[in-house]
Ligand binder design. Structure first.
Ligand code: CA
Length: 221
C-alpha cells in the first residue's frame, strides 16, 4: 500500500512518515505542491495525505487540478484552520476526508484505513477468501483456529492480489506498492514474499502466470 504524503513542515512530516511506515504503509514524502504533482503523475498511489498550506502550489489547487483531470485517488486533507468555510472548501475541491492539526497519529491511520476500505467497496477492515480471513491492521490471517502472522510486505502483496482476484498482477506492479523512493529494492523480493505466502498459507492460493505475473483465482461464491 503506497501512499503519498505532502507536508512542508519537516517535524510533522517526519513524524507522519514514521507513523505510517510503522502501520505497514509504504510512504513517499514530498514537501511542496509541484513535487507532489510530479509524483502523482509518475507513481501509482493508493491514497494521498495532503497539507493545504504548501510552497509552490497550494494543496487546494493541487487537489482541484487532480479532480479536474478525472483522478479519483482518495485524498485526506490536513488543515491548520478549523473553520466551517475551510472544511466546505476542502470537501468541494474534492477531499474525501480531512483532519485538523494537531491530530493524533492513530486517528490519521484509522481514517486512512477507512478511506482505503471505502475505495475498494469493503464494509469491514478484513478480507475473506475461502477459509482465510485477512486482518491487514494486525498483519495476520485467521484460518479456523490458527492465526498466521505476515510481514508488512507479505500482507501488502496479499491485499493487492485479493483486491484484484482473477487478474494477474505483474512483478513490477507488486513491487511498486512495496517500496518508497529512498528504499532500495531487493532483487527477487516479490518472488521471496510470494514463496513465503505460499509456505504460510498453502501452495495453491497464489498462481504464477508465466511471463505475466501472479494471481489469486476469483472466488466463486
Ligand atoms: Ca503547511
Amino acid at each position: 500500500m503506497r501512499l503519498l504524503l505532502v507536508e512542508d513542515d519537516p517535524i510533522l512530516g517526519n513524524g507522519i512518515e514514521l507513523g505510517l511506515r510503522e502501520a505497514g504503509f509504504t510512504v513517499d514524502w514530498t514537501r511542496d505542491g509541484r513535487s507532489a504533482q510530479l509524483a502523482l503523475e509518475t507513481t501509482g498511489y493508493e491514497l494521498a495525505v495532503l497539507d493545504l498550506g504548501l510552497p509552490r502550489l497550494s494543496g487546494m489547487d493541487l487537489l482541484r487540478g487532480l479532480r479536474r483531470s478525472g483522478n479519483d485517488l482518495p485524498v485526506l486533507v490536513l488543515t491548520a484552520r478549523d473553520t466551517v468555510q475551510d472544511r466546505v472548501a476542502g470537501l468541494e475541491a474534492g477531499a474525501d476526508d480531512y483532519l485538523v492539526k494537531p491530530f493524533d497519529l492513530a486517528e490519521l491511520v484509522a481514517r486512512i484505513r477507512a478511506l482505503l476500505r471505502r475505495a475498494h467497496g469493503r464494509a469491514t477492515n478484513t478480507l475473506s477468501y475461502r477459509d482465510l480471513v485477512l486482518h491487514p491492521d494486525s498483519l495476520s490471517v485467521v484460518r479456523g483456529k490458527d492465526t498466521i502472522t505476515l510481514s508488512g510486505r507479505e500482507c501488502a502483496i496479499l491485499v493487492d492480489l485479493l483486491e484484484h482476484q482473477g487478474t494477474a498482477l505483474s512483478r513490477a506492479r507488486l513491487e511498486e506498492g512495496l517500496y518508497g523512493w529512498n528504499e532500495e529494492i531487493e532483487s527477487n523480493a516479490v518472488e521471496v514474499h510470494i514463496h513465503n505466502l505460499r509456505r504460510k498459507l498453502g501452495a495453491e492460493l497464489i498462481r504464477t502466470i508465466r511471463g505475466v505475473g501472479y494471481l489469486v483465482p476469483r472466488e466463486i461464491v
